[in-house]
Design a protein around this ligand. Structure first.
Ligand SMILES: [Zn+2]
Length: 255
């Protein structure tokens, strides 16, 4: 990948005196695998902490065992079972508006309880709804269920009692070939994210279990570009999730 267009956006932001905070979320892990090893090696190489959004219903204790010695790695709550409950013809969602609100709240609570059991001290109580979709009626209930944060993809809006950090950059062309996205499209997404909330952290989203070699290569090049840029910093995940302002998502784009 030619990361020139991405670097140009970063250079312009730096020229305007901006300091950018980046964070990295990776979705769908349930256990320790060779692919996870590869992800963690990449995280170490670029010095970026990675937030692993794990699926509670299938979560295995080996994930915690594998992550516990990885500096900065943390586990987030990726729904409950990553099951699609959307009606036929609708976009996939586990926490969309196709089920009663009480059922959604019970499942979100069960996801957190199981993740706490299996992730232990590595858990950050952050809800990451599968397919980045959550109905707006559920988000006000998340703090009462024990969640401190919410993360999806795209634009955010203010929401009481929840820290919201979204993701904005996804190296996979989900809407097209499912290959690696072109750098111009990623640069445009970065530019949109910078314009959207001037001081908000920018999130990179990956799915290491579906990556092929071009995905890995693109992700490594993007991370290298971000992590070596003088205007960019990757704070610790604790710092981001405790200090960031309170915002929540209206909708999501897709992945
Ligand atoms: Zn997922």
């Amino acid at each position: 990948m030619n990361v020139g267009p991405i670097r140009a956006v970063l250079d312009r932001a730096a020229g305007a005196g901006r300091e950018l905070r980046l964070w990295w979320r990776d979705d769908d892990a349930v256990t320790a695998t060779p692919e996870l090893d590869r992800l963690l090696a990449l995280a170490r190489a670029v010095g970026a902490p990675v937030a692993i959004a794990a699926i509670p219903a299938r979560l295995h204790v080996s994930l915690r065992m594998r992550l516990r010695d990885e500096a900065g790695a943390r586990i987030l709550v990726h729904g409950l079972a990553h099951a699609n409950h959307a009606a036929p013809g609708r976009k996939k969602a586990e926490f969309g508006d196709d089920r009663p609100l009480g059922t959604l709240a019970a499942d979100a609570g069960a996801g957190l309880a199981r993740a706490r059991d299996l992730a232990g001290p590595l858990l950050l109580p952050v809800f990451v709804p599968p397919w980045n979709r959550v109905t707006a009626t559920l988000t006000p209930l998340l703090p009462g269920l024990g969640y401190a944060g919410l993360s999806t993809f795209g634009t955010v809006r203010p929401c009481p009692d929840l820290v919201v950090l979204n993701t904005h950059l996804d190296p996979v062309d989900w809407r097209g070939s499912r290959g690696a996205l072109e750098s111009l499209a990623l640069a445009a997404a970065l530019e949109r994210a910078l314009a959207d909330r001037q001081d908000a952290p920018i999130g990179l989203l990956t799915h290491h279990l579906m990556f092929d070699e071009p995905h890995w290569a693109a992700t490594a090049e993007i991370l290298e570009c971000l992590a070596t840029h003088p205007a960019v910093r990757f704070p610790s995940l604790e710092e981001l999730w405790s200090a960031e302002g309170r915002h929540c998502t209206v909708t999501c784009l897709m992945t």
